[in-house]
Design a binder for this molecule. Structure first.
Ligand code: G4P
Length: 526
């Protein structure tokens, strides 16, 4: 198959949700209906159970699972579908943001009773930054929830995106009868609570066909017709372009647990979701159809097996064809690297691949060369953009707790930062190292992994900070003045860039006001 054909048939996406909305259940059902797995229960939840903050086995178990389910690829109707997993715990939100840099579209799951929740809002902001096309699956229709129109309003207002229903629920909660597929004018009937396969009753029928009453009660028929007249009156007809540009989100309703509405979602998704899109780099856009290979690392998993110092770097292929055993340029180190056993991921298995194409994710065994954001090319010195670190909000000094293990600690901290577990800042005033994270759990993870994987011991000391932000200015005078006045609050990040550590939100807003010629950035990419 030609490169163009391979690209056209790929769909690389992530399912994202606020914890508990049904991401794991929906992902599993997509795999089940896609024929990638044969029994429910094969995809383990990668959630860290509530209250497990100090349960390190749980953290390790989660890491193990998240390697196995990082990418779940399968063939469906001649297409290659790649689902990228995202961590379930909000302390790992930054991992999710990074995963979103490697997808071409997303499906957002919303619980019909809870509506739009905090994490959904944050994830949507990241999608908006990249104009990622979004589809919404309103889940748990088998339970009582909010009214469908109210939910659509809520999604529009809270997620700041126009919506267009492409499926409509018939009844809800105990009286849930099925969904009407607006995209294909098909009625899918809900036959029972324990329906575990996709072979429910699906009838191709026009909304105004008299026969509709043979399938659902006259009352439900009337309600459905009235609802859909309103839908068609309120929402403009679905236009593919507005979905692909990230302006309009098609909405589906269903129940992942009872397999309902999932098939409608999957079938519509594979038809309309985008194939790999061009990627941004400093200086130019990379088109997937370019002959030469390019790709970037968006995730690193290290030391899965403590007996082997193994790391897997996950490479998203952006253009060209990746070939096993062919030398490529690792742009950031200038080294030429060859990979004899690159892994492809199919559902819950991995295998060695000879070729991979744009949209695919491959796992590269790494001896410590890669860090997040690194590029692999056939010689061009590309720097992919859009893979930022976000301003951390939790901080602690990190100190060596075992003087004999200084080197181990330095190496461990260095590698964990390359993996993107947290960010490291060095105080300009006293040279002390500060770890910044987005979640409390990361501090435990770092301490535990330093000890178990690097044989090093660390201890934390409190530091009271509000936020870290990157600073830059063309105005040397103002910058020098700022440096003098804020000397105790300045640090450098791992790349040596200057960072302002604000004690309080007041101090930050004061600084922004008093130093108008300095730019304060809340992501590492500017
Ligand atoms: P997450 O990955 O988004 O965090 O959610 P997950 O799929 O783990 O689902 C969270 C809970 O919601 C699970 O119940 C799951 O069974 C339930 N659920 C998912 N989809 C539906 C649905 O369509 N209808 C109903 N009624 N429930 C749904 P749990 O009790 O927390 O876990 P479990 O013991 O069932 O695994």
């Amino acid at each position: 198959m030609e490169l163009k054909e391979e690209i056209k048939r790929r769909r690389t996406f992530a399912v994202i949700a606020h914890p508990d909305a049904g991401k794991t259940t929906l992902t599993e059902k997509l795999l089940l209906f896609g024929g990638a797995i044969h029994t429910a229960g094969a995809v383990k939840s990668n959630k860290i159970k509530k209250g497990a903050t100090s349960d390190f086995m749980e953290i390790e178990r989660q890491r193990g699972i998240s390697v196995a389910t990082s990418v779940m690829g399968f063939e469906y109707k001649g297409l290659k579908v790649n689902i990228l997993d995202t961590p379930g715990h909000e302390d790992f939100a930054e991992d999710t943001y990074r995963t979103l840099t490697a997808v071409d579209s997303v499906i957002i799951v919303i619980d019909c009773a809870k509506g739009v929740e905090t994490q959904t809002r944050k994830l949507m902001e990241v999608c908006r930054m990249r104009n990622t096309p979004v589809m919404v699956f309103v889940n748990k229709l088998d339970r009582s929830g909010k009214d469908a129109f109210d939910l659509l309003d809520e999604i529009e207002n809270e997620l700041n995106i126009q919506v267009r229903p492409l499926a409509w629920p018939i009844g809800g909660g105990p009286s849930f009868r099925g969904v009407y597929n607006l995209y294909e004018s098909k009625l899918s009937l809900f036959l029972g609570q324990d329906r575990q396969s996709r072979d429910g009753e699906v009838v191709e029928i026009d909304l105004y066909d008299d026969k509709l009453k043979e399938y659902i009660s006259p009352k439900n028929v009337d309600a459905l017709r009235t609802d859909l007249e309103l839908v068609n009156g309120v929402y403009p007809p679905f236009e593919l372009d507005t979905y692909l540009s990230g302006e309009v989100a098609p909405v589906f309703f269903g129940s992942a647990l009872s397999n309902f509405g999932v098939m409608e979602l999957l079938d519509c998704f594979v038809q309309i979701a985008p194939s790999p899109r061009p990627s941004k780099t400093v200086g130019r856009m990379v088109d997937p159809c370019e002959e030469k290979l390019t790709g970037f690392v968006f995730k690193i998993h290290a030391n899965i097996d403590p007996n082997h110092r193994d790391r897997i770097a996950f490479l998203k292929i952006c253009s060209g064809t990746f070939e096993r055993n062919r030398p490529y340029l690792h742009v950031d180190s200038g080294k030429s690297l060859k990979f004899s056993s690159p892994n492809a991921f199919m559902a819950d298995k991995k295998s060695i691949v000879d070729f991979a194409y744009p949209g695919d994710i491959i796992g590269l065994h790494d001896t410590g060369n890669f860090k997040i954001g690194d590029a692999l090319t056939e010689g061009e010195k590309l720097k992919f953009t859009g893979i930022p670190s976000f301003s951390p909000e939790l901080f602690r000094y990190i100190e060596n707790a075992d003087p004999m293990k200084f080197k181990q600690l330095a190496k461990g901290v260095d590698q964990l930062m390359d993996e993107g577990v947290a960010q490291l800042f060095t105080s300009k005033m006293n040279g002390r190292k500060i770890i910044g994270t987005v979640g409390m759990l990361q501090f435990d993870v770092i301490q535990y992994r330093l000890e178990h994987e690097y044989g090093a011991k660390c201890r934390y000391e409190p530091i009271s900070l509000y936020k870290a932000c990157w600073i830059e200015s063309d105005d040397r005078e103002q910058m020098e003045d700022f440096r003098k006045r804020k000397y105790t609050n300045l640090a450098v990040d791992k790349q040596g860039r200057e960072v302002f550590l604000a004690d309080t939100s007041y101090a930050l807003s004061q600084a922004i006001e008093r130093f108008p010629k300095i730019s304060f950035h809340f992501t590492s990419e500017f």
